[in-house]
Structure formats: structure tokens, C-alpha cells
Design a protein around this ligand. Structure first.
Ligand code: NI
Length: 203
């Protein structure tokens, strides 16, 4: 993701370009806690959302950081516990577990979409551009389909051919999951076949 850097000079020397540590201006990454539970009485949802016309709007590391951090911090604020997520240039997926006092999912998504659009448009210096187009929400009520979607989300960067191994993709939950869950949990989830999972994911 270094495509925003200039090519290195070959035959002449340039003055060093002052670099700014963009990460220091973003809120820190607000990691969720426990990565796997049983399906219980509280709703667990699988959400997919895409940008308007699938345009690659979050097309720098900074913009992907922005979207991922906003997702992590707003989900905590609205009491949706993230169990898997993957954020890309033109869409995202996540699995989140509600509580009795969670904000309604649609209100949470409305805030995520409006705040991320405002911030992205500010970075791009444009006014009022529509960023998000639509989203799909599925309530997960069967253990098998829940676990399969956790794996689908952790592994999504591999499906989209961005990395050979999911934990190499910075804007998804795979590395966090492998670090936080027990080795047995990781093995169980990663074993789930994803070819029977039908997800809107033509991005
Ligand atoms: Ni996807």
C-alpha cells in the first residue's frame, strides 16, 4: 500500500520529502475483546456495505485506516461487539453481536456511513459526494452459518486476491483473531468451508 509514495529517484537526487505520520492523527485502534462466542439470545448480524457504483473511494492507507478505526470505535460506542471485520477500498463486511442496549443496527450503520463519508470527503476536498450506496444485513441464527461467516470475513482479503494469507492484510480482523483467540478456536473457525456461504461480494 505504498502507491502514494513517489518512485525512488535513479539518476538524480531529490531533497527528502517531509513525511507526516498520518497514523498519529487518527484515533488509536480500538480493538474489540473476545473474538468468538456461542450464538445466544442476542442478535448476531453479518453486514456488507458497498460504495456508490463500487468506486474505490478508500484508496489510500490513510483512508482505509480511517474507515476501519471508525468502524471499531463506533461499534463499541453503539454496543455492537465486532467479532470479524474486513474493510476495503469499495466495501466492507463485519460480524457483530448485539446486546439488549445496543443501538438499532440501522441507526449504527447510518452514523458510520454519514461520519465516514463526511471525513472522506473532507480528505478529498469535495462537498456532499455520496459515498455509500447500499448495505445487506443478515441475522445469523444457526451456529454453522455464524461460524462460516466469521471465517468468510476473516479470509475475505484472500478471496479478493489482495494478500496470500489473511493475517497480512492490515484492515481486517485476521491478525487480531489469531492473536486473541485460542489456537483451538482459530483452528475451528478457519476449518469452516466458505464455498456454501452466499454473500453479496461482487466488488
Ligand atoms: Ni468482500
Amino acid at each position: 500500500m505504498d502507491d502514494h509514495l513517489p518512485p525512488s529517484p535513479n539518476s538524480f537526487s531529490l531533497n527528502p520529502i517531509p513525511t507526516k505520520d498520518l497514523k498519529s492523527e487518527l484515533p488509536h485502534k480500538d480493538w474489540p475483546h473476545a473474538p468468538v462466542h456461542r450464538l445466544g439470545t442476542n442478535g448476531v448480524y453479518f453486514i456488507t456495505a458497498g460504495t456508490l457504483k463500487k468506486i474505490h473511494l478508500f484508496n489510500t492507507s490513510e483512508k482505509l485506516d480511517l474507515l476501519e478505526r471508525m468502524l471499531l470505535s463506533l461499534s463499541k460506542e453503539h454496543k455492537w461487539q465486532l467479532e470479524a471485520w474486513a474493510v476495503f477500498q469499495n466495501h466492507y463486511h463485519f460480524v457483530a453481536r448485539g446486546r439488549p442496549d445496543s443501538t438499532p443496527m440501522r441507526d449504527f450503520l447510518a452514523e458510520l456511513h454519514s461520519r465516514s463519508a463526511i471525513e472522506l470527503n473532507r480528505l478529498d476536498g469535495v462537498n456532499g459526494r455520496t459515498v455509500w450506496h447500499n448495505f445487506w444485513d443478515t441475522q445469523l441464527t444457526y451456529q454453522y452459518s455464524y461460524l462460516a461467516r466469521l471465517n468468510y470475513t476473516h479470509q475475505n482479503a484472500v478471496k479478493h486476491k489482495l494478500v496470500p494469507v489473511a493475517n497480512q492484510y492490515p484492515w481486517c480482523s485476521a491478525a487480531w483473531f489469531e492473536r486473541t483467540a485460542s489456537p483451538a478456536q482459530v483452528k475451528t473457525i478457519y476449518r469452516f468451508k466458505m464455498d456454501r456461504v452466499r454473500v453479496e461480494d461482487d466488488f
